[in-house]
Design a protein around this ligand. Sequence first.
Ligand code: NDP
Length: 507
Amino acid sequence: MTTEIDKRLVPAADRAPNSWGLGDGAAIPWEYAPAPEARDIVTIKERYGLFIGGREVQASDGETFATIDPSTELPLARVARATSVDIDKAVRAARRAQRRSWGTLAGNERAKYLFRIARILQERSREFAVLESMDSGKPIRESRDVDVPLAAAHFWYYAGWADKLDYAFPGRIARPLGVAAQIIPWNFPLLMLAWKIAPALAAGNTVVLKPASTTPLSALLFADVCVQADLPPGVVNIVPGPGEVGMSLVTHPGVDKVAFTGSTEIGKKIQRGIAGTDKALTLELGGKAANIVFDDAALDQAVEGIVNGIYFNQGEVCCAGSRLLAQESIVEPLIEKLKDRLATIRVGDPLDKNTDVGAINSKQQLERITELVASGVAEGAELYQPPCDLPERGYYFRPTLFTNVAQSHRIANEEIFGPVLSVLTFRTPDEAVEKANNTAYGLSAGVWTEKGSRILEMASRLKAGVVWANTFNRFDPTSPFGGYKESGFGREGGMHGLHAYVRLEDR
Ligand code: NDP
């Protein structure tokens, strides 16, 4: 009996994009009706200031920059561009708050503020999700179901630790480090803010945070949450601005701890910039994760995991499963299923609830992806992109699959940070480990197999901070996340994430 919807009866090449073939083999193209999320849930101001000492202030020289919607290329707002004078003010405000209010507050009192922030984030979740999708280009489905709930979950989780530091570090006294300088990227703006601010505050630190220039708006809306939660002035300061502003922040002598998420290149610059000081440092940098599929894996499930691993958030994910390592005996059916699945991926308006892949965050990032994909073709890999229409305006890129990839190709080595999957093959578990670890990075990996013993064996041999088994891109505030080698050092999330914000003393 044929099933009601059986895509395999219609070869992908014969089907119209986003269509399902019916049991009689006929291809019936049909489209989802547009399901746009309402934009008016969020009020986007024409101009935003910096958030220093609990107040919105303009930059010392009055300069601003534009942040645009990458799905339309139209400006959303102008944002104050911090100067080194503003950085100094923000660090001083954070220092004062750390000494006078936040650092002297009992843990259970700090917890109350964090619980309040978590609750407000949940209450205002739609507002945050829409704003995040507009400013970053990510699909509303993801900002609504992943970014915002996880950001709130981090505040809930670390609120729970604020009065239990003695249990987190038994036999030791956990003291806050002081003022934390935090620099976050554009791929998960609110979530990275939560990863950084929640543990810092729980441990009694105050923060100065610089969001990425292309995505400052959710951090500035978060400033509003801090005011709504009655957070003492200066505990959280937000200073949008370009890379130099980030550098003057991390090198400011009043900063005790630096936490950075972004490219390996800038991570190294920061490390050099603060060398010789006693600032604590955590770096969460790039990745080139291997997603390894063994011949005993449930293939349909693996296909979903591969798709989620690389096309989630347009592939702009540091732990994206950008290298598929498929066991030779199953590579053909696996690629066939993948191509079939790719034909159903919907690329388009980030605010449409049906969209799977939204807009690339910036023109610069789109150019980088385009250049690396061209290098893949030039070096001899075989390119596959499903036929799909891209919107006329905005920064879009088709989900891309490369087969015939050699280990030496740039697309097998460099972080593309886009919806591009490179497929390599292996014969034995040893070869899989060797190829997976043959990278400068070491952030994450995935293993697909029915055998529990093989999962454990592979997890112990893969040089990656996170190894997912029969799933990919799963995050939880209780679980530490971080890398080896050029993916950085230090962990965020869980008790490990708390450790990065305390100085432990003997009792
Ligand atoms: P960057 O590393 O430049 O940006 C990350 C953050 O660092 C942003 O807030 C940025 O500010 C800031 N920054 C830039 N220069 C400096 C500096 N000299 N000192 C201090 N802070 C600085 O990443 P890009 O946006 O340039 O992306 C380039 C590549 O990096 C991507 O293609 C991807 O491969 C990788 N990347 C990895 C990320 C990850 O999560 N691991 C996240 C983002 C990018 P501003 O936005 O103002 O430049």
